[in-house]
Design a protein around this ligand. Structure first.
Ligand code: IMP
Length: 500
């Protein structure tokens, strides 16, 4: 017999948080937003943690390399869209991994036998005036010295003069050893009043350069999410069709985390994909799965090996899945049920599998509700599509600037791999997403920092200094339709506010 749930399924707007005691030591500057991204065993640390609980959606109009760099620099992760050929997705992942997060791999190198004329040519080609000199001229060769524009005068020196004759030799350089932190490297730059610090390994081979000019920029990004080689962390979407080719290419490019992109994840295709990846690459490949909206779906994917599980069907801003197929569940109810299943599974097995609330965030406070309901982190599309760094076009619409935003299930995206019955070549039998606009919102960092301030402030009202504590101690109340009206400005005459 058909099972009918007794409870209606609910969404974020129907809940509010009830404040807990705020102690004097519970202030926004002391709250920590770090949260696990992948499964871990009790008593151990997760292999990857986010510094803020936000990730960007696996969508063409949201997550490319430039958004991934901006978000990772702020502490989150982007999942670069998979509805594109493998090689172009791989290129985007590579660009993020190569992004200079303080420790730069030198791209402009010389050997001691090069001449001043080579120096000038290289400078013209790359625009760089600082050039390490290594024994074999490679970026990782034995370091012999450095050339900067202070080392030569074109009017005085012959163009044939060898680099070894005018470089600053290694015995006159300040050098850092591999493994030092960015803070220590920066201290050396300042103490010795130098612009560039070469980093060498125990054999004297060059590994990286650290530049003084990057210092200020790094100070502005204290939450930067870096891997063990100090490269930005990046995610990538995959699908259940071409994973045998896509996954190795993404791993080779350095993707730190992958996620199966699907509108309905409770399927044997996802199980097969997860099992293949885990049996082939073991723990070296981290992969999330979804989307599900209940305990059964969650446990199915966890048992197949998912490193995290994504929750949400039909709540996305561009989504028409509920109208088209009649499937889905209110996002709040889905999160609350899956979070309970995650906690029970942790209790029984000692394995914690993080859950991600995906879609339907309209107001900043919805993110805090999602966390309080048990989500470990939140995936957003509309939110990130609005920023300068997203891949879509900025357009003037009447008096306002907007950015294009389209669903992966729209005919524009033709993401046939995401939908069970999509067909090769991009053919969708019917659309599950729309093509529209979102208000333009400037630089990611500026708006994101305000959202995070709100998250921290609410956490303090709830007496929590960490997301883990918020999940454990938050108290939520359902609100009536009348009290929702009470929550906005009411019974005052608002002064005219021009939309900018
Ligand atoms: P948003 O943050 O509310 O805009 O929702 C983004 C989420 O919607 C994504 O992470 C996907 O899970 C989902 N999504 C993306 N494209 C489509 C679509 O075309 N139809 C249905 N859901 C979609």
């Amino acid at each position: 017999m058909t099972q009918i749930y007794k409870e209606v399924s609910r969404t974020f707007n129907e809940y509010l948080l009830v404040p807990n005691l705020t102690t004097k030591d519970c202030t926004p500057d002391k709250t920590i937003l770090a949260t696990p991204l992948v499964r871990y065993e009790k008593g151990t640390e997760p292999a990857i943690k986010l510094n803020i609980p936000f990730v960007s959606a696996i969508m063409q109009s949201v997550s490319n390399d430039s958004l991934a760099i901006a978000l990772s620099r702020c502490g989150g992760v982007s999942f670069i869209f998979q509805s594109q050929p493998i090689d172009s997705q791989v290129k985007m992942v590579r660009k993020v991994k190569k992004y200079k997060a303080g420790f730069v791999t030198s791209t402009t190198n010389l050997n001691p036998n090069n001449t001043l004329s080579d120096v000038l040519e290289l400078k013209k080609k790359t625009g760089h005036s600082t050039m390490p000199v290594t024994e074999d001229g490679s970026p990782t060769g034995k370091l012999m010295g450095i050339i900067t524009s202070k080392d030569y005068r074109i009017s005085r020196n012959s163009l044939d003069i060898k680099v070894s004759e005018f470089m600053t030799p290694i015995n006159k350089l300040v050098i850092g050893t591999k493994g030092i932190s960015l803070n220590v490297a920066n201290d050396l730059l300042w103490e010795h009043k130098i612009n560039c610090l070469p980093i060498v390994n125990s054999k004297g081979h060059l590994t990286n350069l650290v530049f003084r000019k990057d210092y200020d920029e790094h100070k502005e990004h204290p939450n930067e999410l870096l891997d063990h080689e100090k490269r930005l962390v990046v995610g990538a979407g995959i699908n259940t069709r071409d994973y045998k080719e896509r996954v190795p290419a993404l791993l080779e490019a350095g993707a730190d985390i992958m996620c199966i992109d699907s509108s309905d994840g409770y399927s044997e295709w996802q199980k097969e994909t997860l099992e293949y990846i885990k049996s082939t690459y073991g723990d070296a490949a981290k992969v999330g799965a979804g989307n599900v909206v209940d305990k059964e779906g969650f446990l199915y994917l966890v048992k197949a090996g998912a490193d995290f599980v994504k929750v949400g069907i039909g709540g996305g801003s561009i989504c028409i899945t509920r109208e088209q197929k009649g499937i889905g569940r209110g996002q709040a109810t889905a999160i609350i049920e899956v979070a309970k299943a995650r906690d029970e599974y942790f209790e029984e097995t000692g394995i914690y599998v993080p859950i991600c609330s995906d879609g339907g965030i309209v107001h900043d406070y919805h993110t805090i509700l999602a966390l309080a309901m048990g989500a470990d982190f939140i995936m957003m599309g509309r939110y990130f599509a609005r920023f300068d760094e997203s891949p879509n076009k900025t357009i003037r619409l009447g008096k306002n600037y907007v950015k294009e935003y389209w669903g992966e299930g729209s005919n524009r995206a033709k993401n046939w791999e995401r939908y069970e019955f999509g067909e090769k070549g991009g053919y969708l039998k019917f659309e599950e997403g729309v093509d529209g606009y979102v208000p333009y919102a400037g630089k990611l960092k500026d708006t994101l920092s305000i959202t995070l301030e709100k998250v921290k402030s609410t956490m303090c009202s709830c007496g929590s200094r960490s997301i883990e504590e918020l999940k454990r101690t938050a108290r939520l109340t359902l609100v009536s339709a009348t009290s929702i009206i009470e929550g906005g400005a009411h019974d005052v005459i608002l002064k005219d506010k021009e939309y900018t």
